[in-house]
Design a protein around this ligand. Structure first.
Ligand code: RP5
Ligand code: MG
Ligand code: MG
Length: 282
C-alpha cells in the first residue's frame, strides 16, 4: 500500500483537535522520527462504547483480549486487514500506511482495521436524444455521488460493514440508505426497493480492496474498504429510482467522471480505476 496524505493532514474532522505535524518524508515508519509526539485522541462518543466500538484497551484490563489479525468471534469483529498482517506495538495495532500524528482511535470505533464497503454505480452520460457523450474520443461516465453530512465533501455512498453482514449486502444497504433514503420508507416499500436492487446489484465488478486514506484514520485505527462497480450500460436500470439523500448523506446526484473530481478520502482513485476498466473518459 502507498503512503497516505489525507490521513495525516493537520485538521482532524469534526473537532478542533490538531494532529502532530508529519512531513511527507517522515510518514513511513521505517524512517526514524525521534521527535514524533502524536496527539492522543479518542472521541467521547467512542469512549462511551456504543455497540459499534471496541473497549478502551489502554486504560486497564478488558473482559476478553481483542483477537488482532483474526476473526474475533467474542467481539463479532473481523480484525483481519485487507492489506495483510499488521503489527501490534505495545498492545495496539499500527497503521500499515504510516504515521498520522495521532494515537488512540479518534472517531473510529475499532482498533486496527474498520471495514467499509463502497458501491460505485455508473452509467454513460447521454444527450437529450440518448446518444453517448464523448470527450477526447472517449465516452463520459457518470456515477452516483453523495455529499457527506459530517464534512460536506462529495463521496461514494459507502458505509461500515455490520457484524456478520456479507459485504454484498452492505453495498446494497448503504446505497439504499444514502442514495435512495430507504430508512424513511415503510417496511413494504423497503422490501420492494430491495427486490429491485437485488437485480441491479447482481453483477458487480470488484474495483478495489484495501486501505482507505480516510481523514479519520489514526496510528492505531484506520478505514479499509471494498469498492464494487455496478455499471448500467443501457442507462435503463437505474432510471427506475429517484435519487434522494438519506442517513449520513445530505445530497445525492449523478456526477461526471473526470480528473477534475475532488472526492472524500481516496475515492478519486477508486473512480479513476472504474474509468480505466470501462475505457471511459477521465
Ligand atoms: C470511507 O468512509 C469509506 O470508503 C466509506 O465510503 C466511508 C464509510 O464511513 P461512513 O460513511 O459510515 O462514515 O473511508
Ligand atoms: Mg451509511
Ligand atoms: Mg456513509
Amino acid at each position: 500500500i502507498g503512503m497516505h496524505t489525507k490521513a495525516c493532514s493537520p485538521e482532524y474532522p469534526c473537532t478542533n483537535v490538531k494532529r502532530f505535524p508529519v512531513p511527507a518524508e517522515l510518514v513511513d515508519w521505517k524512517v526514524s522520527f525521534p521527535d514524533y509526539k502524536p496527539v492522543d485522541y479518542t472521541a467521547q462518543k467512542v469512549l462511551e462504547q456504543p455497540p459499534w466500538a471496541d473497549p478502551d484497551i489502554r486504560s486497564g484490563p478488558v473482559k476478553e483480549a481483542l483477537k488482532f489479525n483474526g476473526l474475533d468471534t467474542y467481539y463479532k469483529t473481523d480484525r483481519r486487514s485487507l492489506t495483510g498482517e499488521y503489527e501490534i506495538i505495545q498492545g495496539v495495532p499500527r497503521n500499515p500506511a504510516g504515521r498520522t500524528g495521532m494515537i488512540g482511535r479518534g472517531l473510529l470505533g475499532k482498533w486496527g482495521p474498520n471495514h467499509a464497503a463502497d458501491p460505485l454505480v455508473t452509467r454513460w452520460k447521454r444527450d437529450s436524444s440518448g446518444e453517448k457523450i464523448h470527450k477526447h474520443g472517449k465516452p463520459v461516465l457518470e456515477f452516483v455521488a453523495i455529499q457527506r453530512t459530517d464534512c460536506s465533501e462529495w463521496a461514494l455512498p459507502g458505509g461500515m460493514v455490520d457484524p456478520g453482514e456479507p459485504v454484498t449486502y452492505t453495498l446494497k444497504r448503504e446505497f439504499g440508505e444514502e442514495a435512495l433514503n430507504s430508512l424513511e420508507l415503510t417496511p413494504e416499500e423497503n422490501k420492494r426497493l430491495h427486490d429491485l436492487l437485488d437485480d441491479l446489484f447482481h453483477h458487480g465488478t470488484v474495483i478495489f480492496k484495501g486501505y482507505i486514506d480516510d481523514p479519520r484514520n489514526t496510528d492505531n485505527s484506520w478505514m479499509e474498504s471494498q469498492a464494487v462497480n455496478y455499471h448500467d450500460d443501457t442507462g435503463k436500470a437505474f432510471d427506475k429510482f429517484a435519487l434522494k439523500a438519506g442517513d449520513d448523506a445530505k445530497n445525492v446526484r449523478w456526477m461526471d467522471v473526470s480528473h477534475e473530481l475532488r472526492l472524500y478520502a481516496n475515492h478519486n482513485d477508486l473512480v479513476k480505476e472504474v474509468a480505466k476498466k470501462l475505457n471511459a473518459y477521465w
